[in-house]
Design a binder for this molecule. Structure first.
Ligand SMILES: [Zn+2]
Length: 162
């Protein structure tokens, strides 16, 4: 949420996690302000922008997530998270052009929407279309064993942030 890193972190620390959306939407959770009880829908974008994105949500919508597992559409796909992050922030610089966070994000975006173009992904990731193409080729070549290792480290990494 902008460049005021310290303030963002303080805010996020004041928010109590009420519910995580689960593994298929590992970035998404419902939180509540510890002092005023305002409910927030939060997305932690930790691969490309390293930002927390959040919107206020009503008690009714919070209850729908808590009681019925019905989450708002905001942040429901990783593409939607990156689309919003892209309008608010700047992507990180990757020293390794084949960084795992780039590889798996390209793969996730294509899984969510099969006809997403290289240009669209380049825009969301802040890299060139040519770079996106190289990531796609690398993903296609990756062995199943490598993918499993990557997936396991993402599951472990994801658990550590609460
Ligand atoms: Zn508050």
């Amino acid at each position: 949420m902008g460049d005021h890193r310290g303030r963002d972190e303080q805010f996020v620390e004041a928010v109590k996690v009420l519910l995580n959306a689960g593994l298929s939407q590992w970035w998404l959770y419902l939180g509540q302000c510890g002092s005023c009880q305002q409910n927030w829908l939060l997305a932690q974008e930790e691969r490309i922008y390293d930002e927390h994105l959040l919107v206020k949500i009503s008690q009714e919508r919070a209850d729908a997530a808590l009681d019925a597992g019905k989450w708002p559409d905001t942040f429901s796909t990783y593409e939607s998270v990156l689309t919003i992050a892209q309008t608010l922030s700047h992507p990180g610089q990757f020293l390794d052009p084949m960084a795992w966070s780039l590889l798996c994000t390209v793969e996730d975006l294509r899984r969510e929407r099969h006809d997403i173009s290289e240009d669209e992904m380049a825009h969301l990731l802040g890299i060139s279309r040519r770079h996106v193409h190289r990531l796609i080729v690398r993903n296609a070549r990756a062995s199943i064993g490598e993918r499993m290792k990557g997936w396991l480290s993402f599951v472990r990494g994801n658990r550590s942030f609460h």
